[in-house]
Design a protein around this ligand. Sequence first.
Ligand SMILES: [Ca+2]
Length: 291
Amino acid sequence: MQGTQGGGAEGAPGVNHAPLFTLVSQPIFIAKNANFNRVMQHATDADPGAFGSLTCSVQNNTCSFAVAVTGAGAGAVDCTVSFTAPGTAQACSFDIVVRDGGGLSVTDTIDVEVATVWYVDAGATGAGTGLNWTDAFTTIQAGVNAAAAGEFVFVADGVYTSTNPGDFTVLPMKVGVKIFGGFAGTESSTNERQAPIGLNTVLDGGDSVCHVVNGAGYSRLDGFYITNGHAVAGANCPTELGAGIYNYGVYYGEFTNLIIAYNYTAGEGGGMFNVYSDISLGNSVLTGNFA
Ligand SMILES: [Ca+2]
């Protein structure tokens, strides 16, 4: 409209607004003694001048080790987190804080878990100790067998099947063990994985395994493509339930970044079946499952 002038929104001198985060915060699962150096948040602030001048910092660090959060910019900023993980396991957190020049701020809490990692890579040709990517186990069963409660299993992209057709499961989870897929085979933290996480780390039931994944409590399954489960009654399949993932009595089970596709059961829960369980399912796709 010609001739209008002095809209109320324009200028508004002296009014400051808090910065805003633009990323969904991700927890950090990292191997002992590993170095971490990544952008973990991005913030924006449209205010002019000092009111929109942003600085990243850290506060409320409960970790035993120092964490640096750095970054500065006008109107937008990347916050880079860097630290060296200790040689002992721990769970802790810190806050990323972005403050503008007018004193307003926004805070994001990042959870950190440091643990022993066992490495699995179907294509590895090293010593097979599971202690690093070069010497990774080549079967997912070996990684789970080696891991104790509180430890992690990192699995590189590839196709993982059961040892014998007609097995009960491809991945027998273990209480307290967190299992992550989606790695290229060089990383030391979950945050280094490239999207789409888990699409190419395949747990394949071969249309014969009863449950591709058999869940366990106090665990996490993160970054897998789960397919071709076949929960049909037989010697190795007492329950026609949960061809993709079967959780029985699973408490505090976290399931995230999963694609659960094309699993079959003659009973219930083609993709996933939970009974006497308390689980969370996030950022996942269930498609083409049959029950
Ligand atoms: Ca501002």
